[in-house]
Design a binder for this molecule. Structure first.
Ligand SMILES: [Zn+2]
Length: 114
């Protein structure tokens, strides 16, 4: 199965569950679900992989940070528009954005972003 397909199937299931239970969640549960969604994004998002591919340097040199242009072995994929909080629809929409709304950063740039 293609990653994009799998991602959208997981999305549909998650949305369905949230549609039923979304309004009854405590803040703690909300943040747990949010990090679960992030994990799904991390593992399955084809857009995340596409962003990484775009910055991949020649074999063995890692990835290029899109901000400071240095090479990094541990790239972090950042949402240019922060995922933030609010409605689940919004969270999922911002989380699973297209590759052009993601940026590949080195650890320092990612930390310094806030
Ligand atoms: Zn950087």
């Amino acid at each position: 199965m293609k990653n994009a397909e799998r991602t959208s199937r997981v999305q549909v299931k998650t949305l369905f569950l949230l549609f039923i239970f979304g309004d009854f969640l405590t803040p703690k549960l909300r943040s747990r679900i949010r990090s679960a969604i992030r994990k799904i994004w991390w593992m399955y998002s084809s857009d995340r992989k596409e962003a990484l591919k775009r910055c991949k340097l020649a074999r063995g040199f890692g990835w290029q940070c899109e901000k400071c242009k240095t090479a990094t072995k541990k790239p972090e994929v950042d949402h240019i528009e922060p995922v933030g909080s609010g409605s689940w629809d919004g969270i999922i929409e911002r989380m699973f954005c297209s590759a052009d709304k993601l940026q590949v950063l080195c650890r320092e740039c990612h930390k310094g972003k806030k």
